[in-house]
Design a protein around this ligand. Structure first.
Ligand code: NAD
Length: 329
């Protein structure tokens, strides 16, 4: 990794300590951050707050302006970010956005610095990650996939879990940077394996959220209070993140999307996208995933019924407000 080696040679520091020293040297090269949505805005803000100079870009000018107010520098394209930064993090909706930001005419790869470290934290398909990694390598840059778990709450708190796929020799430099935004950074293997871990996790999360929603809806229709039932689930065998941290019933917990009309959080369209990735992977590997397949259909149907931009826990609202199908006498 040429750029990092240059730093090591010129400063006499080890690669392991690169980030700490780079932070001290942050006036020389800012960290690039592209994609300032529900997740990326907080991740970039954490980098700013923790002492990095950060240069940002997003297609939505308001999102860029909000980060500029927090102290970030502004670029007018991904290419302009990459021209200024030795380390660039991207946090974009889906594979096609990532391809555009890396490979488009004004993309990162058009101006990437030799030896730069490029980390994509979006959830995309593993094949796209591997393809971009090869193209980055042709430009003497290093690419890693590092999708996240934890949602907007962890993004704000800087406690995300990063699942990293990338070259072992370069991993420490990535870990040092990602540690400013997360509390768990785990190397899963080579490029693409971070995405594999992520889509397996999200398939399970999608299924568990539907299960919790079904149980809480049924319990209430049988006369139980949602808070009481949630309290019981959360000390019983049905307990899971969807019940004890991100409960889908409005009013059970404060500070979660269900108590804010399902705004913010992790959009249903993004969950449907991740389930689509899991289904492609299931087909390719001949793995039976019947519940993942059903969950995919449920979230896709929700997108058609107006829930696309709502948090995925709105599956509770979708299930609980369906018309009664009791036959009329
Ligand atoms: P988001 O839609 O809120 O944000 C995406 C951002 O990318 C937006 O600000 C958008 O304007 C920007 N963007 C789109 N195309 C662009 C382009 N060509 N150039 C520059 N910017 C562009 O999405 P999010 O909720 O922040 O999620 C981002 C990624 O993280 C997704 O892949 C998602 O699956 C994953 N993820 C989200 C959550 C969550 O809870 N929201 C949790 C874990 C993982």
């Amino acid at each position: 990794m040429l750029g990092l080696r240059v730093v090591r040679i010129t400063s006499g520091i080890s690669l392991r300590n690169f980030s700490r020293h780079a932070t001290l040297k942050s006036s020389q090269s800012p960290v690039g951050f592209i994609g300032l949505g529900n997740m990326g805005a907080s991740m970039a803000e954490n980098l700013v707050t923790k002492g990095h100079r950060v240069v940002v870009y997003d297609v939505v000018p308001e999102s860029v302006a909000a980060l500029e107010k927090k102290g970030a520098l502004v670029a007018s394209s991904p290419a302009e970010v990459a021209a200024q930064a030795d380390r660039v993090v991207t946090m974009l909706p889906a594979s096609r956005h990532v391809q555009d930001v890396y490979e488009g005419p004004n993309g990162i790869l058009s101006s990437v610095r030799g030896g730069a470290l490029l980390i994509d934290s979006s959830t995309i398909d593993p094949t796209t990650a591997i393809d971009i990694s090869k193209k980055a390598s042709d430009k003497a840059a290093v690419f890693m996939d590092a999708p996240v778990s934890g949602g907007v709450v962890a993004a704000k708190a800087g406690t995300l879990t990063f699942m990293v796929g990338g070259d072992e020799a370069e991993y420490d430099a990535a870990k040092d940077l990602l540690s400013f935004m997360g509390k768990n950074v785990i190397r899963c293997g080579n490029v693409g394996t971070g995405q594999t871990a992520k889509i397996c996790n999200n398939m399970l999360l999608a299924v568990s959220m539907i299960g919790v929603s079904e149980a809480l809806n049924l319990g209430q229709r049988l006369g139980l209070d949602a808070k009481t039932l949630s309290g019981i689930l959360n000390i019983s065998t049905g307990r899971c993140w969807s019940s004890d941290t991100y409960n889908p019933v409005p009013g059970v917990f404060d500070g979660v999307p269900s108590s804010n009309d399902y705004n913010g959080g992790f959009g249903t369209a993004l969950m449907a996208k991740d389930l689509g990735l899991a289904q492609v992977a299931s087909t390719e590997t001949l793995s039976p995933t019947p519940l993942g397949s059903l969950a995919h259909q449920i979230y896709r149907t929700m997108c058609q019924k107006g829930y696309a931009e709502k948090d995925f826990s709105s599956v509770y609202k979708y299930l609980s407000t369906e018309e009664s199908c009791e036959p009329k006498q």
